[in-house]
Ligand binder design. Sequence first.
Ligand code: ATP
Length: 238
Amino acid sequence: MSSESVIEIENAVVAYNGATALSGVSLTVCAGECVALIGANGAGKTTLLTVVNGFTQLTSGRVRVFGATPKGMQAVRARRRIGYVAQAQPIDPRMPVSLLESVMTGVYGRLGWRRKPTQRDRALVRDILDSLQILPLAARPLGRLSGGEMRRAMIARCLAQEPDLMLLDEPTASLDDASCEAIMRIMEQAHRERGTTMLWVTHDLDALPPCCTRTLRLRNGALAEDLSHAPACKRKDP
Ligand code: ATP
């Protein structure tokens, strides 16, 4: 039996002050799929991810994620299930937040601010930091991390949230080979063990885990090619 759809986008248009970033994108991603999104600079990849996580509003068209439109209580619940690793993390170096505290916000993103993390949550975070080789940096303020350490910290935060859908904007860009391999391994494991759905922006198809079996190309804001056979999945009723 086919799985349910997690992302349903119909004819999405996004215009920023008249300039079109997305022009009529339609896309369905099924539960448990790992989809790679490629395209030249400015093609609209980040815009598409931020349409899915609700940061960017459509100029026209429709988007549903876990059956929810971007507004209302359903959207709040759906957003808890979405983890997002942004391409750039503008951080004020004076911000008095340690790497560990920042990663714990991923746990709170899942639990809500009123619930306390359990022993299991703390052990999970420790394991994630360990597998990304940033455990020794846990107490270090974010402003004193290198670019590659910061990127791994943001990936750790996303993993700590244990999201059902991960939106990854070039998560391995500018990382060394060992870090890149660690991330591919950990994402493959999330996919295998939790069935996490992923939409993964990359410029390097070799830096994708084996679970990524479908590749989409955006060109000038339009979906130019689906370089694989998209599986059919059931529409999720609102
Ligand atoms: P890259 O590979 O360089 O990260 P991308 O494919 O992710 O590019 P987007 O960041 O989605 O591309 O941008 C798509 C288009 O929308 C670009 O022409 C960009 O200049 C424009 N754009 C993006 N954000 C804004 C904004 N907030 N205001 C105005 N234009 C924007």
